[in-house]
Design a protein around this ligand. Structure first.
Ligand code: NAD
Ligand code: WQD
Length: 338
């Protein structure tokens, strides 16, 4: 049988890079596109270094219909994993149109062309952010959805579009994956998360404090109704997450229909627990300055993982220590990023 041909949008981004490694190791042909707005072209070399296989990479914006058409015409694509998107919550509040244009209009352009070229298998990167403030944890896929910022709204809008598309034409097979908090890196230390400015997310911030790029971590709120007062999240190793995409593709290939599934560990970890684990693994002290809560943050959010297990036969394998150890190796090998 011919190797499956997978188009990966946002291919040089953090989660996509790790997923490309898994796809190549599985024997897929990978066509990567990215406009490099939030990633480095070096990622491609690193992926090839890890896997000793090559990717066809095209520097393309998904909103560029002409360029995208050329790619879709050139390859016989079996499925698409759609990672491309902007993800900075704060920026989305100050520049909402940028987020709707990129994340929503970009996806509309992509979907229109996939429809035109008869490509009907899609995996979409959604987010636990669509649960807003969860009424109960662990949060299951049937929980009510809401958005607390334009970024989250852009994810929710795309999810709703996808549901309408499937309703109108059931030959589509779409996997909507709601990621919880991806952290860690490939254990080669060659690829990992490389924030352009001040990191928005906890783990990259801790890593930059540990390496000496920043003096201390600001703890956003120590008065949440949690065990130690700090926020609780479901951190998931990016390689577990990457494997989850392969499991989703397998399911789409074997069964009709579409589904929405959480990708998390099902375990809640507080900010202070994450800091302690990183200190243990790195041998560094992470100074913490307690500050006010960050606007829009929820106290506790972690996933119900039953559906992922039943539908995909997938579960996260790596624990918090491994997440920190791999993140730290990546940070030490690449102190200034790529
Ligand atoms: P990332 O920024 O590292 O990767 C996204 C990639 O998409 C970048 O390489 C960027 O250059 C590219 N891109 C953005 N707009 C594009 C466009 N118009 N055309 C072509 N390429 C474009 O982010 P990530 O953390 O790897 O996230 C990947 C996806 O997963 C995003 O859709 C994000 O919203 C979603 N997600 C991320 C998280 C997280 O915490 N990292 C959590 C839930 C969901
Ligand atoms: C985790 C915890 C913070 C930084 C965000 C997006 C969400 C999704 C994942 C894309 C919280 C605390 C953080 C710091 C801190 N992204 N914190 N000091 O907020 O769960 O989710 O990323 O879809 O949409 O909102 O992740 O890593 O920002 O924060 O104390 O410098 O760490 O308050 O409790 P979050 P995070």
């Amino acid at each position: 049988m011919a190797e499956p041909v997978i188009l990966v949008t946002g291919a040089t981004g953090y989660i996509a890079a790790h997923t490309c490694v898994c796809l190549l190791e599985r024997g897929c042909k990978v066509i990567g596109i990215d406009n490099l707005s939030n990633s480095s072209p070096r990622v491609i070399e690193r992926i090839q270094q890890i896997t000793r296989r090559s990717i066809d990479f095209h520097r393309i914006d998904i909103r560029n219909q002409t360029a995208l058409t050329a790619v879709l015409k050139h390859y016989r694509i079996d499925a698409v994993i759609h990672f491309a998107g902007l993800k900075a919550v704060g920026e989305s509040v100050s520049e909402p149109l940028k987020y709707f244009d990129n994340n929503v209009c970009g996806t509309v352009t992509l979907l229109r062309l996939l429809q035109q070229y008869g490509i009907r298998k899609l995996v979409f990167s959604s987010s636990a952010t669509v649960y807003g403030e969860p009424a109960a944890v662990p949060v299951g896929e049937a929980a009510p959805t809401s958005a607390t910022n334009p970024y989250g709204r852009s994810k929710l809008m795309v999810e709703q579009m996808l549901q309408d598309i499937v309703r109108a034409d059931n030959s589509w097979r779409i996997a909507t994956l709601r990621y919880f908090n991806p952290v860690g890196a490939h254990d080669s230390g060659l690829i990992g998360e490389d924030p352009r400015d001040i990191p928005n997310n906890l783990m990259p911030y801790i890593a930059q404090v540990a390496i000496g790029r920043r003096p201390y971590l600001q703890l956003f709120g120590d008065d949440y109704p949690t065990e130690d007062g700090s926020g609780v999240r479901d951190y998931i190793h990016v390689m577990d997450l990457a494997r989850g995409h392969l499991a989703a593709l397998d399911r789409l290939s074997a069964h009709d229909g579409s589904f929405t599934v959480n990708l998390g560990t099902g375990r809640g970890v507080s900010v202070l627990q994450a800091v302690a684990a990183f200190e243990r693994v790195s041998g560094k002290v992470i100074p913490v300055q307690r500050t006010a809560r960050r606007a829009g943050d929820v106290a506790t959010c972690y996933a119900s993982v039953h559906r992922a297990s039943e539908l995909l036969g997938w579960h996260a394998e790596h624990d918090l220590e491994k997440m920190c150890a791999d993140h730290w190796r990546w940070q030490c090998n690449n102190p200034e990023g790529y």
